[in-house]
Design a protein around this ligand. Structure first.
Ligand code: FES
Length: 155
């Protein structure tokens, strides 16, 4: 468990976010982009074993390359937007998407994850997102190390 600095930030996160020598590095997410896939997503009447969320997880796993981690989860609490995924990375924005097609959208999701990994603060503008992810956006959340005062990026 890391210690906290005087503002309540974990020491290792705060140090990395304010070290000016590392600013060019720090503007990109650190480590892999994580695609979290709800494997429970399914329409009413569909058995869990046949859940389209499970198919989406398998197709994303098959399509993902280096720098991307794919993990299953049981629910992302947007159950009416079948199928749902989130994209996250340390130092990067977190995105939540729904209304995804398990038989068609895996390449778009993987492309978005790769774009997040290469973008400043992991932020890919709406116009630059693959089409299914333009329609399916549910939420975007700034990285946890952004300012608790004004929500801005580390200066
Ligand atoms: S069952 Fe998929 S988000 Fe809840």
């Amino acid at each position: 468990m890391p210690g906290l600095d005087h503002q309540g930030w974990p020491v290792d996160v705060r140090r990395r976010s304010v070290c000016r020598d590392d600013m060019a590095f720090m503007s990109k997410p650190i480590g892999p982009v994580i695609i979290t896939v709800c494997t429970s997503c399914r329409e009413a009447g569909v058995e869990r074993a046949d859940a389209p969320g499970r198919r989406l997880f398998e197709s994303i796993t098959a399509a993902a390359g280096d720098g991307i981690v794919v993990r299953p989860t049981q629910c992302l609490s947007v159950c009416k937007r079948v199928c749902t995924v989130s994209l996250s990375a340390e130092g990067g924005y977190t995105f939540l998407f729904g209304d995804l097609d398990p038989d068609r959208d895996a390449p778009a999701i993987v492309a978005m994850a790769a774009a997040c990994g290469a973008a400043d603060h992991g932020f890919v503008p709406w116009k630059e997102r693959p089409e299914p992810l333009k329609r399916g956006i549910i939420a975007r959340v700034p990285p946890p190390n952004w300012s608790p005062d004004d929500g801005g990026a580390p200066a």
